[in-house]
Ligand binder design. Structure first.
Ligand SMILES: Cc1cc2nc3c(=O)[nH]c(=O)nc-3n(C[C@H](O)[C@H](O)[C@H](O)COP(=O)(O)O)c2cc1C
Length: 177
C-alpha cells in the first residue's frame, strides 16, 4: 500500500490547554502537520463554524453539552475533495471519552463506505479510550484501523519522541516513506 489516496484530517483547538497553558497550535494540528510531511499527503482541518471558548473550563462545558445532545455543529470550512480518497489519517483529541462532535459532522458529510480510518488520538491521560470504538459503531461501513494515542503535552514538549512514535505507527500501518 502506498500513500496515494490518503488524506490527513484533523480537529484541534488552540487557546488555553490542559497542563501546558496557552498554546498557538493545538496538539492535533502539530501531529497532522507531521503526518502531512512524512507521507506527503494533503491535509484538511475540521473546525466548528461557531468555534469553542478559549477558556478551558468554558470549552469543556460547551463540548459536554454538544456531546450530551449528540449535536452536529456546522463546519467552518468547505469539505475537501474526497474523489480518489480511500484512507483518512484522522487526528482528534479525546473529549470526554469521545470525539469532538464536529468530527462526526465531517464523517456524516462524506462517503465512508469502505473508507479506511486511522484514528490518531491526543489526550491527557485517558489514551484513545473508546474513541476508536465510537468510530466503528457510528460508521460500520468504514474500516476503522488500529489507532494510536499521543499525550498532548508530549506532542508540545517532546517533538522527537512524538515523531519517532508517529513514524513507527504509520510504518506499521503500511504507509510508505
Ligand atoms: C473539552 C475537553 C475535554 C477533554 N476530555 C478529555 C478526556 O476525557 N480525557 C483525556 O485524557 N483528555 C481530555 N482532554 C484533553 C485533550 O484531549 C488534550 O489536551 C488534547 O491533546 C487536546 O488536543 P488539541 O490541542 O489538538 O485540541 C479534554 C480537553 C478538552 C478541551
Amino acid at each position: 500500500m502506498g500513500n496515494a489516496g490518503t488524506l490527513a484530517v484533523f480537529f484541534s483547538r488552540s487557546g488555553e490547554n490542559y497542563m501546558v497553558g496557552n498554546i498557538e497550535k493545538g496538539n492535533g494540528e502539530i501531529l497532522a502537520g507531521m503526518v502531512q510531511s512524512m507521507l506527503g499527503v494533503p491535509v484538511y482541518e475540521i473546525a466548528s463554524e461557531a468555534g469553542y471558548p478559549a477558556d478551558y473550563d468554558e470549552c469543556s462545558k460547551a463540548a459536554k453539552a454538544e456531546r450530551d445532545m449528540n449535536m452536529r455543529p456546522a463546519l467552518r470550512y468547505p469539505l475537501p475533495d474526497m474523489a480518489g480518497i480511500n484512507a483518512v489519517v484522522l487526528v482528534y483529541p479525546n473529549w470526554w471519552g469521545d470525539l469532538p462532535m464536529p468530527v462526526y459532522t465531517f464523517l456524516d458529510s462524506i462517503s465512508t463506505g469502505g473508507l479506511r480510518i486511522y484514528p490518531v488520538c491526543t489526550h491527557e491521560g485517558n489514551g484513545i479510550g473508546l474513541t476508536d470504538r465510537c468510530l466503528a459503531q457510528a460508521y460500520p461501513e468504514a474500516i476503522v484501523m488500529r489507532g494510536a494515542a499521543f499525550r498532548g503535552t508530549d506532542v508540545q514538549e517532546k517533538r522527537e519522541k512524538t515523531e519517532a512514535l508517529l513514524r513507527s505507527y504509520l510504518k506499521d500501518s503500511g504507509f510508505t516513506f
